[in-house]
Design a binder for this molecule. Structure first.
Ligand code: BG6
Length: 461
């Protein structure tokens, strides 16, 4: 069967500043929470590899853009580093950073690759974190200022902006489950961080609208469809709660301009509502987007709790549901995540039927693999498993589009194997293999497959 995608479909991949640039804190930008955390607790990072050990996009940007071209990308998403542009988050703009990002943006456009730019991909300037990070509304305003500066500097050429990448992840990682700095475990503080991130997003959107810049603005959310173990009302309620906390806490404000009433009631019932100010609801209402980026890796399987909650322990999401390891589910044997291709279709249908069919695209989808060198054949990684992963998802995406879903593109995570937060190089995701020591880049079989698929605007199977 032939899977042909709509005209002008966006084919590409995504990356982020901290994960690829290198040339970090010690040389040319302000400190981020990641530099700080790595300096104090390197053992929290796989093989003690920190954010300075990247594919050095800061130096290799020209060659890398040539490689993007070779992979027939017509679009590419990366982020700007707040700490590079404004080293302390709120002060002077660093002219070297402006020159760097201008070069990158201009070269992408010159090569026929549309730049998609994220303003914040997990890399909080340390000076902002020292003020309390997203718990402090002054940081929200500093972010809105940074966003406006970016629109002024690059908005004549960048036509697709994203305020945040996966904003729920720093909430979960930094304030619930201890896998991001500042390693707090406290639901109420997590709720404040999530709420203030929505405000920061909305204020950036307001600045964008007020400036009448040429392009469009959106956000990138990691959506994890929550499937109940059974149709039993208790399991369904558990899945509904997981959906409210981990998807709709961002999805509803950015698409509907308000929080789901059920989520507000839920947090009220458990006395976990963040502090609001009178003008917040109108700010949030003005934060609706033009374009939604969807990161989809795996679904969430949910069941009702097996045991009674001990009310003396602090409230956590797990009071409301248990994760469920569904027997027989298909797993990625090289990363331990579930692979469920129809999830991408379910996300699109939900957006179509319940959110007015917004303009959207798949902004990340990908397959991490441990020890990927074991698959080298004749000098090249033969990652047929990744080709199967991509084509499997593309088929369901194609079905969604043919049923009227407004999905405009597909970006893979990621272009070149990159440094990934605490996991560093544990899981490789790239179309291109990176030899960290020599910086040699070698296109994998999946990269070749993707280049052909992109140029043909689809594939045959
Ligand atoms: C995505 C993030 O969710 O997951 C990326 O947007 C990240 O920044 C990727 O690198 C892979 O994560 P991991 O933990 O498998 O290396």
């Amino acid at each position: 069967m032939k899977y042909v995608f709509p005209e002008n479909f966006w084919w590409g991949s995504a990356s982020s500043a901290l994960q690829s640039e290198g040339e970090g804190y010690y040389t040319s930008r302000g400190e981020t929470t990641w530099d700080h955390w790595f300096a104090s607790q390197p053992n929290r990072f796989h093989q003690e590899t920190g954010p300075q050990d990247t594919s050095q996009f800061y130096r290799h940007w020209q060659d890398d853009i040539q490689l993007l071209k070779q992979l027939n990308h017509n679009s590419f998403r990366t982020s700007l580093s707040w700490a590079r542009l404004i080293p302390n988050g709120i002060g002077e703009v660093n002219p070297e950073a402006v020159a760097f990002y201008n070069q990158v943006i201009n070269e992408l456009i010159e090569q026929g690759i549309t730049p998609f730019i994220t303003l914040f991909h997990f890399d909080m300037p340390m000076a902002m974190q020292e003020m309390g990070g997203w718990e402090n509304r002054e940081v929200v305003d500093a972010y809105a200022r940074y966003a406006k500066i970016c629109f002024e500097l690059f908005g004549d050429r960048v036509l697709h902006w994203f305020t945040f990448n996966e904003p729920i992840v720093p909430v979960e990682g930094g304030y619930l489950y201890d896998f991001h700095y500042p390693n707090v475990v406290d639901f109420r503080r997590a709720a404040t961080v999530a709420y203030n991130t929505v405000l920061a997003h909305a204020k950036a959107v307001q600045a964008f609208r007020a400036g009448h810049y040429a392009g469009e603005i959106g956000i990138v959310l990691n959506l994890t469809p929550s499937y109940p173990r059974s149709q039993n009302p208790e399991d369904r309620k558990a899945a509904h709660h997981a959906d409210l906390l981990f998807n709709r806490s961002f999805l509803d404000p950015v698409l509907r301009g308000k929080y789901p009433a059920d989520l507000v009631t839920l947090l009220k019932d458990y006395d976990q509502l963040p502090k609001c100010q009178a003008e917040d609801s109108s700010t949030i209402a003005e934060g609706t987007i033009d374009l939604l980026g969807i990161n989809y890796y795996q679904p969430r399987r949910v069941k009702c709790r097996d045991s009674i909650v001990n009310p003396l322990t602090p409230f956590m999401p797990e009071w409301l549901f248990d994760n469920y390891e569904m027997p027989g589910r298909k797993m990625n044997p090289y990363r331990g995540w579930e692979i469920y291709e129809p999830g991408i279709y379910d996300i699109l249908v939900n957006l179509r039927d319940n959110y007015g069919n917004p303009r959207c695209f798949i902004s990340e989808n990908g397959m991490g693999v441990e020890n990927e060198q074991r698959f080298i054949e004749n000098g090249k990684i033969n990652d047929q498993y990744r080709i199967d992963f991509i084509s499997g998802h593309l088929k369901w995406l194609h079905k969604g589009i043919s049923e009227g879903c407004n999905c405009l593109g597909y970006h893979m995570w990621t272009f070149i194997d990159n440094w990934s937060w605490c996991n560093a190089y544990k899981n490789r995701y790239g179309f291109i293999q990176l030899d960290l020591a020599t910086q040699k880049r070698t296109i994998k079989k999946s990269g070749e497959w993707f280049a052909i698929t992109a140029i043909n605007n689809g594939f045959d199977e």
